[in-house]
Design a protein around this ligand. Structure first.
Ligand code: ADP
Ligand code: MG
Length: 297
């Protein structure tokens, strides 16, 4: 197991940032750690990279405990912090060379990571002269220097323009073919574009942990309909592709269909055929994005 987190809690002063978090990530896998701002994503990542101690619980990276085997954990992990701290006055190669020395890796590895992250045309420039997209590449190159098995990337695509976004996503996807990538984001589309699995965190607690495949096949649709008088649930269950019916309020019903096809016209025809009047008819979208909103609002 690449990452193994068991009942981790973190308290800052009086504030509980993480509450009994547990999850696992295996290799190779790209897992999205999704949650709104302040959910606890960076805190969890800092614990995994040994920058921060947990208040309670256990975390292991590549089988090494973050508390007792700090050095081994650091050797196993490449970390791109949220606010990628680069020295703008340094040249790309100079910056990487300095960190290569810290990690004790060979000079040839610097050229390898420069090629791997597509930095070659910019490698002779000062970091301050680079676009945000290229600065992220420098951060990724730096995280890859010591060839770690696990990459922990804190909001790697935040603040990039659409073209840079596509480039960095592709780069992360290709890295994820061989390594474990655990990346945080507050944007659902990022998860859809890059990840095999999503772990959703809200207010320091995990509210979902599912593969994208599971989420896709789960797709269903909810139609909210209000009639002019009460209808038996059993009657509404005669609708095509219906999964369940819930009477939420007076004459209002939430009907769940096992399809993504818009079922409102079927409901309309059904009402008409049965001499029911419809007072309102709305569709509740059950996409990944609405799942995220539902779980974190
Ligand atoms: P995210 O990365 O999901 O936006 P963070 O892990 O940065 O969330 O923060 C989780 C919560 O912990 C937030 O409410 C934040 O204000 C709080 N927090 C983070 N770092 C500190 C700190 N050093 N001291 C006090 N509170 C903190
Ligand atoms: Mg954060």
């Amino acid at each position: 197991m690449s990452i193994e987190v068991t009942n981790i809690s973190k308290v800052y002063g009086t504030q509980k940032a993480l509450n009994q978090i547990s999850f696992k990530v295996s290799k190779p896998e790209i897992v999205g750690f999704l949650g709104p701002n302040g959910a606890g994503k960076s805190t969890m990542m800092k614990i995994l990279t040994t920058y921060l101690d947990a208040t309670e619980g256990e975390a292991k990276v590549n089988g090494h405990d973050v508390k007792s085997n700090t050095k081994q954990v650091q050797q196993s992990v490449g970390y791109l912090p949220e606010h990628n701290p680069l020295y703008l006055e340094q040249y790309v190669r100079e910056y990487l060379a300095f960190n290569a020395q810290v990690h004790g890796v060979t000079k040839s590895r610097i050229d390898e990571v420069i090629t791997l992250t597509g930095l070659t045309p910019e490698a002779h420039k000062k970091i301050g002269q680079l676009s945000k997209g290229y600065r992220q590449r420098v951060g990724l190159a730096n995280a890859l220097l010591h060839n770690p098995d696990v990459l922990i990337l804190d909001e790697p695509t935040t603040g990039l323009d659409p073209n840079q976004l596509v480039d960095i996503r592709n780069l992360i996807k290709s890295i994820g073919k061989e390594k474990t990538v655990f990346l945080s984001t507050h944007i659902m589309q990022e998860v859809e574009a890059m990840c095999d699995r999503v772990i959703i965190i809200n207010k320091g607690e995990i509210v979902a942990n599912k593969t994208l495949k599971e989420l896709r096949t789960e797709k269903e649709q909810v139609v909210i309909v209000e009639f002019d008088y009460r209808v038996e649930d059993a009657f509404l269950l005669k609708l095509p592709k219906v999964k369940s019916v819930k009477n939420t309020h007076d004459f209002i019903y939430e009907i769940t269909f096992a399809t993504t096809e818009d079922m409102r016209s079927h409901v309309f025809d059904f009402a008409h055929d049965n001499a029911l009047k419809i007072l309102q008819l709305n569709q509740k979208n059950a996409s990944l994005e609405s799942l995220f909103r539902e779980l974190t609002s």
